[in-house]
Ligand binder design. Sequence first.
Ligand code: ADP
Length: 486
Amino acid sequence: MAIISANEKTAYRGYSKTQVRYAMTYVLITSVVLIILNIYCSGISQKLFYQSKESSMIEKCQLASDEIANLEVLNSTTVAGAVSQMESLKITRLIVTNQNGVVLYDSSGSDLGNYMLLPEIFQAIAITEEAPTGSDVFSWHYHNGITDSRAATPIVSYGTIVGCVYMTEHDTAQGALIQSLEYTVLRITLLLEIIVILFSVAFANTFSRRLNRVMASMRIIQEGDYSHKLEMGGNDELTVLANEFNDLTERLQTSERKRSRFVSDASHELKTPLASIKLLTDSILQYDMDLETVREFVGDIGDEADRLNRMTEKLLSLTKAEAPPSDESEIIYMAPTVQRVARMLRQNAIEAGITFHLALEEDCPVLILEDDLYQIVFNLMENGIKYNVSSGSLTVRLHRAEDNAILEVSDTGMGIPEEALPHVFERFFRVDKARSRATGGSGLGLSIVRTIVQRNRGEITVSSVMGQGSTFTVTFPAFDTEVDKS
Ligand code: ADP
């Protein structure tokens, strides 16, 4: 059952912080982008209005200036007469000055005869190298929905500046247009911002909900429920994380299953000799026995104790074999080790009536710990003697095949039934329990061999024919030089 512990609350607070941080980041980024966009749009629209106003005002000024330049005499009467001809100007104020800035005509009538010291007029009639006959001047201000435009053009007659036309225009219609455009952009910006905020909150929510599921699953696994699977839809990093997580829990589950099977197998195996010892001691204690029978029973107890001893030693070897490969591995030639094992087992072989045949090529270097290689050869040869027939033989071959060094241990024994072959390397597996027990077998020897072989990048296979014998083949990559070792 899934149990989620109490400190989950703290964790959830942590996620919501992440959620707020994500949402705030999105909102901040989009706000900055939208503000920049807003300023840009408003700037562009004002520039467009400025350009259109500039060309229309300068055109009007030039029109008036051309008209006035045609006058023979330039005074307030003649200018007023010329201006009255130009009805279509539609401007707020029109001022005409002479070349000294004295007002000859003012549509408002307020500054007639005065000096008009406006910067636009000064600039328009100023003679420079680049503009020997003055220049057109335009200035434009926009504030509070009103555009205020000013334009000045020199009046040039026969190449000489004789006066200046100055116009002003307060345009509320254009100002209102700019204002409404700015409001529209602002409204769109606000709407977009609201949408972004909603999306950010929704996205951050979904993300943190998915993250919470991963965290909750981790907690369930921590509680020991390795069967739990994390379901995560979508196609993003979190889905990949969920898949990796499920792989991990599956591996945990498998190793947990193996561990509990090993514990139950080992206790079962250890229980049998212990039960025999108990039975034998009870018999000695309960029944009147002659000394000879008691000796026999105590001898049996000793045998069972030996078996227990062998079993625990093998279990220790197995644990050692499962450790990661040692850094102390070195390149060694296999033949001397095989010869050492043969010498060690010669007495057992003689007692069982088995003959050894050794066909050892010297050139078989492998990268391994000497003790590991000894253990492999010893277990295989010991089995070859144990499960052989009397006056049978045991052949050990060592040879090279391409980049591999191959060890073959063949006996002429009883053989292994076909259906048992896939299981012989499993822990505590015995083909014939009674016979194996009689020969002191624990069912761990081949399992230790396979573990050591695989740990040293090797492979082990077995082939057998019932009644004819079995062959165990161990293949290691051959290590010829020091360079190979790296
Ligand atoms: P044990 O300690 O019982 O010998 P092993 O793991 O070495 O355990 O072997 C597992 C089983 O495989 C043995 O009990 C035996 O039945 C079978 N076996 C192993 N080697 C041979 C062989 N050379 N010939 C026939 N059977 C064998």
